[in-house]
Write a protein that binds this ligand. Structure first.
Ligand code: ADP
Ligand code: MG
Length: 254
């Protein structure tokens, strides 16, 4: 068993909540001695480790808080599968300025065309830039809000959602809602107008959104706010999954 030569220093660093420094101070001290580094240089290198560890932990915490269903990145997205999607424009969005400018993104297209994949990749990029992100499907969002309303917690639930710099609402259009549910969703979306960003994915073209929001007036009011400052990507085409599985079948001759 190795003997702890610096129990007091270790205890102090622990009390000051500097775990990366606790883990590394001895190794770095040996390296500093070998390289004839000064005290300040040593302290700088040690504190740099702590700062980097904190930044990385904060990113991980934001990613966990965002509740992404799976982890998807841009580097695994094959842009050649959706040639009409403007790749430079998508990668520009990954820089996150649109979230600072409180604008919106809509990904519209048939199932399996990579809408959720791109939504998550954009969300992860935002988390890495220090933004608060919340991912939720439209159906879950309505369910959560209805539940909150029943428990007289609606205001609190809405406030919580408003706090996210980016709300990703996935799969709008797969299920239609009751009038009350649609109104709750409408409220969430309009609360964000020009204050916070919204990323929506939908299998329905805008012309069919009144199926979800029931009523032309509510749909028109929503679309007016949503699309006022919005990057819209139409992702129609064959399902990527379907195409990949057909390719595999061809290869194996099934
Ligand atoms: P959508 O949300 O449009 O229905 P998804 O994003 O869920 O589609 O895509 C379905 C599956 O296919 C996912 O596993 C996703 O990672 C993959 N996928 C879709 N499009 C692409 C693409 N262009 N490049 C790589 N993977 C893709
Ligand atoms: Mg999807």
């Amino acid at each position: 068993m190795s003997i702890d030569k610096n129990p007091l220093l270790r205890a102090n660093l622990k009390q000051l909540r500097l775990p990366a420094m606790v883990a590394e101070f001895e190794k770095l001290a040996r390296e500093a001695a070998a390289a004839n580094e000064g005290y300040e240089q040593y302290l700088l290198r040690l504190t740099e480790l702590e700062v980097a560890a904190r930044a990385s932990n904060a990113v991980q915490a934001r990613i966990r808080a965002a509740e992404f269903p799976v982890h998807k990145e841009f580097d695994t997205f094959d842009f050649t599968a959706v040639p009409h999607v403007n790749k430079p424009k998508v990668l520009e969005l990954a820089r996150g300025e649109w979230i600072e400018q409180k604008t919106n993104v809509c990904l519209i297209g048939s199932t399996g065309t990579g809408k959720t994949h791109l939504a998550i990749a954009l969300g992860l990029a935002a988390c890495r830039q220090g933004k608060r992100v919340q991912f939720v499907t439209a159906a879950d969002l309505v369910m959560q809000l209805e539940q909150a309303q029943k428990q007289y917690q609606l205001e609190k639930a809405l406030r919580q959602l408003d706090r996210a710099d980016l709300l990703i609402c996935d799969e709008l259009g797969y299920v239609s809602f009751s009038r009350a549910g649609a109104e709750l969703l409408f409220q969430v979306f309009t609360n964000r107008y020009e204050l916070r960003s919204l990323l929506l994915t939908s299998n329905l073209p805008f012309s069919e959104w009144n199926q979800v929001f029931q009523g032309e007036r509510m749909t028109a009011a929503l679309l007016d706010r949503l699309t006022h400052r919005c990057s819209i990507f139409e992702m129609n085409g064959e399902s990527y999954r379907f195409r990949e599985s057909m390719k595999k079948k061809k290869k194996t001759g099934e």
